[in-house]
Design a protein around this ligand. Structure first.
Ligand SMILES: [Zn+2]
Length: 68
C-alpha cells in the first residue's frame, strides 16, 4: 500500500510514516497543535512539521503575524 507522503513545511523533510511529527491547524483567530494522527494530518489546511522545534518556528511566525 502506498501511503501519502508528508513534508515538513520548515525543512522540507519528507516521510511516509511520520510517527513523531506534529500537525497544526490554524486560522487568523486560533492555532491548535495536534500530535500526529492521520485524521489530523489529512484535514483540509493542516500543516505538517517533523518535530517540536519546527512546529515552534511556525507558532512563532504565526504569533508575530497575529500581533502586527
Ligand atoms: Zn522539519
Amino acid at each position: 500500500m502506498i501511503g501519502t507522503i508528508y513534508k515538513c513545511e520548515i525543512c522540507g523533510e519528507e516521510s511516509q510514516n511520520p510517527v513523531r511529527w506534529l500537525v497544526i491547524h490554524c486560522n487568523s483567530e486560533q492555532l491548535t497543535i495536534h500530535k500526529w494522527t492521520k485524521e489530523a494530518a489529512d484535514e483540509y489546511g493542516a500543516r505538517h512539521y517533523c518535530g517540536e522545534a519546527h512546529a515552534q518556528v511556525y507558532v512563532s511566525r504565526w504569533l508575530e503575524a497575529a500581533c502586527s
